[in-house]
Design a protein around this ligand. Sequence first.
Ligand SMILES: [Zn+2]
Length: 113
Amino acid sequence: MRLAAGLLASCAATWAAIAALNACAPAPHVQRPPARYQGDRTVVAVLTHDPAGACKRLGATAPEGRTIVACQHAGTLVLLNPCLLPPGEGDWSDDGCHELAHANAWPADHPAQ
Ligand SMILES: [Zn+2]
């Protein structure tokens, strides 16, 4: 799970709180997974204006004052609807790569950057 920049807790603490979901990522920069977890995979993508709400419905929680911006659960990736990003600006390639890696069995307790 990726939490909003500047609002992150340690992955370990977050993971403990959301044991059914896969991981968290340290911000402000989204952690890229090791190459061995970046392979192709068929997943379900939920692209929504409210990734925090969708992740919470999957069971994710975030520490007080922090916001979930992406997560992965059982092969379902939840990401911000890219149409909401300014044209030519911002993308969620880092978020997508991070959550795809969790779908590829990247352990949830990966170290924070
Ligand atoms: Zn993670």
